[in-house]
Design a binder for this molecule. Structure first.
Ligand code: BGC
Length: 256
């Protein structure tokens, strides 16, 4: 690999409404080119999404040995998608690592989107240098979670699917998608989030919550309204955490 390409990974974040990618410097955690976003097609099947990921990864004009990290909105267990909530059900049981490696013809690593965000926050953001238990939550079409203990990630925690004591599934009741769809006020939404965060506190006794996802830009409007024992801070990388975390992981995998 040429020297000038060292320590670069392409990160691509697959979301319910957009698929976004950028090349990332893994020295700084910053984008080195403009981010490209393509809206998620209604027909979000493996074939459709794989083509978009390929298009984004090729758009930066980087050599094919630069690794691609994909942050995906489902658990990823040994390269396979065991279940999926917010994209086509055709993804269930797909060997996503294999599929994307074949379509992209580049080294590819796939990671759950919230885990990617958590990984980026540990290396470059709000969780950097923090010990203890940290829960990173991404608020978007669903609720994603990353559980971090002393800087180490426990992948695929899927806390958005937790059944709350009130009988409701956390992400179906309080994702930012629900906030928009039901036209909740920030106060109403914060109350729901508080119930969820407090339930997570009961289960995991975290020392810190980090809130990410698109709506983390507006955290001042709802985070101060949520009362929990642990402090809540916004993701420092905001909505780019998924891209950065996936790029970093892909780069590290390619170095092995
Ligand atoms: C998925 C998670 C994902 C989260 C946020 C949930 O529905 O099951 O894997 O992290 O949405 O996208």
């Amino acid at each position: 690999m040429k020297k000038k390409y060292q320590k670069i990974g392409i990160g691509i974040d697959v979301g319910g409404s957009g698929i976004k990618g950028a090349p990332v410097s893994l020295k700084t955690g910053k984008f080195i080119d403009e981010r490209l976003r393509i809206p998620t097609p209604e027909n979000s099947t493996p074939a459709e999404i794989a083509q978009i990921i390929k298009e984004i990864s090729e758009s930066f004009d980087l050599p094919s040995e630069i690794p691609v990290g994909v942050s995906f909105p489902a658990p990823i267990v040994n390269g396979v998608v065991p279940m999926i909530a917010n994209l086509s059900q055709e993804w269930k049981d797909v060997r996503i690592n294999e599929l994307l490696t074949k379509v992209l013809k580049r080294p590819v690593t796939v990671i759950n989107d919230a885990d990617a965000a958590g990984y980026a926050e540990v290396h470059f953001g709000a969780a950097h240098g923090h010990n203890g238990t940290i829960i990173v939550l991404t608020l978007g079409t669903g609720i994603g979670s990353a559980l971090v203990r002393n800087g180490v990630l426990l992948p695929n925690s899927e806390l958005g699917h937790v059944l709350m004591p009130n009988g409701l599934v956390a992400e179906k009741w309080a994702s930012s998608g629900v906030f928009e769809r039901e036209e909740l006020s920030y106060e109403e939404w914060a109350q729901r989030l508080e119930e969820i965060f407090r339930y997570y506190e009961l289960l995991f006794s975290p020392d810190l919550f980090i809130v990410g996802g698109g709506i983390s830009k507006k955290y001042k409007k709802y985070v101060p309204l949520i009362d929990t024992r642990a402090q809540i801070v916004p993701a420092e990388l905001r909505n780019s955490a998924g891209i950065v975390g996936a790029a970093l992981l892909a780069y590290q995998e390619s170095e092995k």
